[in-house]
Design a protein around this ligand. Structure first.
Ligand code: HEC
Length: 130
């Protein structure tokens, strides 16, 4: 009798432990996926020609495609206004403020989303929209 209940307890304990490890295994898997946001921001300056402050319009086009084209399709009017010739209308500072702080419907973009180097590239690209 004693032995029987002892085994029963052991089996029960094993089942509980098994359940706990299963649950842990699942939660670990869920946590493993989302993080690669910062990598893109830091790895970009390595590519392309060395233009420290000038910015690279070709790389800027990629930044624009990833963040802006949804509302400013190819720089044209969409949800947001047309950005054709925007660099002749607004100063670099005004455009930077617009991107960093957002305005009304337009969201703000932090340095984690668009690094300072990428912003310089983006500004170079905006200057090509004519
Ligand atoms: C969710 C849509 C949306 C996204 C994404 C977006 N914008 Fe905008 N943008 C707008 C809207 C709407 C305005 C007009 C804001 C206002 O003045 O009310 C605007 C305005 C601007 C202006 C000012 C234009 C002017 O003539 O005053 C600039 C510059 C600009 N956006 C650049 C960008 C850049 C660069 C990006 C990507 C980093 C971007 N936007 C992403 C919606 C967006």
């Amino acid at each position: 009798m004693f032995i029987k209940s002892h085994w029963l307890k052991l089996i029960l304990a094993l089942m509980i432990v098994g359940g706990v490890t299963l649950a842990f295994g699942c939660s670990k898997k869920e946590k493993a996926t989302p993080t690669p946001t910062k990598v893109a921001a830091t790895s970009t300056p390595a590519a392309g020609t060395p233009t420290p402050s000038g910015g690279d319009a070709t790389r800027g086009k990629t930044v624009f495609a990833a963040n802006c084209t949804v509302c400013h399709p190819d720089g044209k009017q969409g949800v947001g206004p047309s950005l054709i010739g925007v660099t002749t209308k607004l100063t670099t500072q005004q455009i930077t403020t617009q991107i960093r702080n957002g305005k009304n419907v337009m969201p703000a973009f932090s340095t984690t989303q668009i690094s300072d180097a990428q912003l310089a590239d983006l500004l170079a690209y905006l200057a090509t929209l004519k």
